[in-house]
Design a protein around this ligand. Structure first.
Ligand code: 13P
Ligand code: SF4
Length: 361
């Protein structure tokens, strides 16, 4: 089936923010960040996993942060959820749960911890808050946005409803809570086809990623209307560069995220969410592989896939890269930055997210 792209407008997603988490949880002493023999010994197994990406000279600066964060997590009854695009020292050093957007959303709903530190971008932290309104959700840098989430507003979605009465609206999870609240159901890159088909409608709106929508449309008979949003990281890959790499390295396996344009996905041996890509590499253990996605992915799985050679290119997500160990430590010491969502908006957005989570797979 074909996709039709509708108009777009750009405006940052919004959410209310409170500043009282520190009052509620009380102060803690800021940890000493000395690289002591105890810190060196406790973090040695972590360094083993990241040593190919972090020079030895930098470890005495990172290890005390990792040690302090892991200690503070216990004091604060906090859990660190980290997206697959976090840097290796976060992914292997302080994350309790790692995953793609769907896995993180499910884990946010499931955890018993009182505090969630969301190491990812703002829409992910909002999704955690929507699913766990009673928990305190912190994001180490609330400026960690997303070009997809910023491409559409709640008002835009209301406009689409008016223009396409009766057409169900599926929103990619990479959107603000206010946008989710206007939609019928959420999807992620790992379940988008299933979600679209679950609606039993001849035509659906799948917003805001035009490329995800185009990639989904090729796998279903449902007509897919979309929006002109795009991921600034994945839209930069071109089919031509992948063909050039294949020419140089004919044995290379290419796997691409479905936020890439369809002609890029056409050049790939497999396309899937970040978790799907990781599973594919772990199952197939190719000699050479190119992950057509954000750069940290390859670094994070390299230690678990010995013998696999990761071939570039990759692109950095500047928003994901705002999250650092220092900011995670500050988040736990100062209980900032707290993510809040208007309860009425959260109730409506939750319906869209839960409808997706409860779909039978
Ligand atoms: P995943 O759901 O595949 O982890 O994707 C999230 C994302 O932001 C990719 O750019
Ligand atoms: Fe958004 Fe793209 Fe960054 Fe993912 S990689 S957070 S979709 S800008």
């Amino acid at each position: 089936m074909t996709t039709t792209i509708l108009s777009t407008s750009f405006q940052a997603g919004s959410s209310e923010r409170g500043a009282t988490a520190l009052d509620r949880y009380g102060p803690v002493t800021r940890p000493d960040l000395a690289y002591t023999p105890e810190v060196a010994a406790e973090t040695a197994p972590i360094y083993e996993k990241v040593k190919d990406f972090i020079p030895e000279i930098e470890w005495p600066l990172l290890a005390p942060l990792i040690h302090a964060i892991n200690k503070l997590k216990r004091e604060r009854n906090a859990v660190v959820l980290a997206h697959n695009y976090m840097t290796p020292e976060i992914f292997h050093g302080v994350a309790d749960i790692v995953g793609d957007s769907l896995q993180l959303a499910k884990e946010a709903a499931r955890t018993d911890a009182e505090v969630i530190v969301q190491c990812g971008v703002h829409f992910m932290a909002e999704t955690a808050k929507i699913l766990s309104p009673e928990k305190t959700v912190l994001i180490p840098d609330s400026k960690a946005g997303c070009s997809l989430a910023e491409s559409i507003t709640a008002e835009d979605v209301r406009g689409l409803r008016e223009k396409h009465p009766g057409v169900p609206i599926v929103t990619y999870v990479n959107t603000s809570a206010a946008v989710k609240a206007e939609c019928d159901i959420c999807c992620t890159s790992s379940n988008a086809v299933q979600v679209v088909e679950s609606l039993n409608a001849p035509r659906v709106l799948l917003i805001p990623d035009q490329y995800l929508a185009a990639n989904v449309a090729r796998q279903t008979d449902v007509e897919v209307l979309t929006w002109a949003g795009a991921c600034e990281v994945h839209e930069r890959f071109t089919a031509e560069e992948l063909r050039e790499y294949r020419e140089i390295e004919p044995a290379v396996k290419i796997i691409a995220h479905p936020e890439c344009p369809p002609e890029v996905v056409d050049e790939a041996d497999f396309s899937g969410s970040t978790a799907g890509m990781i599973d594919w590499v772990k199952t197939n253990l190719p000699e050479k592989v190119m992950l057509v996605t954000e750069c940290s992915m390859a670094d994070n799985i390299a230690s678990e896939t010995p013998g696999v050679d990761y071939v570039r290119p990759c692109n950095l997500c500047p928003h994901m890269k705002r999250i650092t160990l220092s900011k995670i430590l500050d988040a736990l010491v100062e209980m900032k930055e707290e993510v809040t969502v208007d309860p009425e908006v959260a109730d409506r957005a939750r319906q869209a997210v839960e409808r997706m989570i409860h779909l039978k797979s």
